[in-house]
Design a protein around this ligand. Structure first.
Ligand code: FAD
Length: 353
């Protein structure tokens, strides 16, 4: 990681009572025994931050006692944790803000981490806000980059601002822990290393089901809602306003089908009702990191770019050779997407059949 330029607050001296806060933590998100991949990505990022600070990586694993929880603790070590804080309690079986927040604030107050990271998922956003508010500390949401200002050892949390036109770097100087959420696929997945082990700290929370007013009545999996699974697709073909009319989006679906990929779109297409919101890529949509991202008729506005620029290979198709997307695409075709998309579909279907 490179040192961010122009650090602010570099002369700030941490008050003595906050110097006891040490280590970089990740709250591992799991539902029904499934770890959310963003937590593993964050363990890789926590490792880099902790190595810079010369401290340990802690993973907090919460849930009901059992083999799933044990496996998740092993996963946490394999992806970079030195210490796992295992919080097993029947009340923590399903996520609910109140008991999770209560436990986390107790654990943070007891073990005093200097940085706490969570995924910017529905669950992570909810929990991070609740913890930060209860602890009265700073939280930077939806970060795209994390680093350490070595001058004052503070977390430099970078995120888009002003509608994505600027990137700002935020520090929490006078409060601990420093908290941040990061969207899935923004950080690279670290290599799994099954030879890694570490220390397990068992935490026994004082929780009673009677004291929790929210009850989980049933569970509806995301998959059952039939939404596009863009965040985890290896190949995405996306269409923008350059497609001209809604019927032409079919050309994008055809190419995605041949390549076994997903379909993404820009925000104007959602606003015009061409596609459902789960297909929007960008700052106010999904962040994606596929192996191949094909952008057809997309200008490459910053709000779209921040959601897809970390794709391994970006192929842009645009009639305007000066379109901003060509500034960061790896491959570009200057031409009419309405002709090039069917030609690619035809070529790939012959090659892949
Ligand atoms: P345009 O910018 O209109 O680009 C169309 C492109 O198609 C042009 O470059 C043109 O040269 C090309 N073209 C025209 N005809 C053809 C053809 N036949 N073949 C090939 N190319 C052709 N946008 C997002 O996508 N995601 C977001 O999450 C998002 N969030 C936003 C949040 C805020 C707060 C704001 C203010 C905006 C946001 N936007 C978002 C909108 C964003 O600013 C852009 O307006 C949008 O990304 C542009 O979409 P586009 O590329 O489809 O359209």
């Amino acid at each position: 990681m490179s040192e961010p330029s122009k650090p602010q607050g570099r002369k700030f001296q941490l008050p003595e009572h906050l110097k006891v806060y040490k280590d970089v933590w990740v709250i591992v998100e799991q539902e029904r025994g499934q770890v959310h991949s963003v937590s593993l990505e964050l363990l890789g990022e926590a490792r880099k931050l902790a190595d810079k600070l010369g401290v340990a990586v802690g993973a907090v694993v919460l849930g009901e006692a059992g083999p799933d929880l044990e496996r998740i603790c092993g996963d946490a070590f394999a992806y970079g944790a030195d210490v796992v804080y295992r919080v097993a309690d029947p009340v923590l079986k399903d996520y609910r803000t109140d008991p999770y927040c209560r436990v986390m604030t107790d654990v943070v107050n007891a073990y005093k981490p200097e940085i706490v990271l969570l995924g910017a998922t529905t669950l992570g956003r909810d929990l991070a806000g609740a913890i930060a508010t209860t602890l009265a500390t700073g939280l930077t949401a939806d970060c795209t980059e994390l680093d350490i200002y070595m001058e004052n050892r503070s977390l430099a949390a970078t995120r888009p601002t002003f509608g994505g036109t600027l990137l700002c770097t935020i520090q929490t100087l006078a409060y601990r822990p420093q908290m941040a959420t990061v969207r899935p696929r923004v950080m690279a997945m670290p290599e799994r290393d099954d030879s890694r082990t570490g220390r397990v700290v068992d935490v026994f929370p004082a929780l009673a089901e009677d004291s929790v007013i929210t009850k989980v009545l049933s569970f509806i999996a995301d998959r059952e809602r039939n939404e596009a699974q863009l965040a985890f697709a290896d190949i995405i073909v996306s269409g923008g306003k350059g497609l001209g009319k809604p019927e032409n989006l079919k050309l994008v679906f055809d190419l995605a089908a041949v390549l076994g990929g997903e379909v993404g779109v820009t925000r104007p297409l959602i606003q015009a009702g061409w596609a459902t919101a789960d297909r929007q890529v960008g700052q106010t949509g999904k962040t994606v990191r596929p192996k191949l991202y094909i952008a057809a008729g997309i200008s490459g506005a910053i709000q779209h770019r921040v959601g897809m620029e970390k794709s391994d290979l970006i192929l842009a198709i645009n009639t305007d050779k000066n379109a901003p997307i060509f500034d960061f695409a790896h491959l570009g075709i200057v031409g009419d997407a309405l002709k090039i998309l069917p030609a690619l579909t035809d070529a790939f279907s012959r090659r892949l059949s």
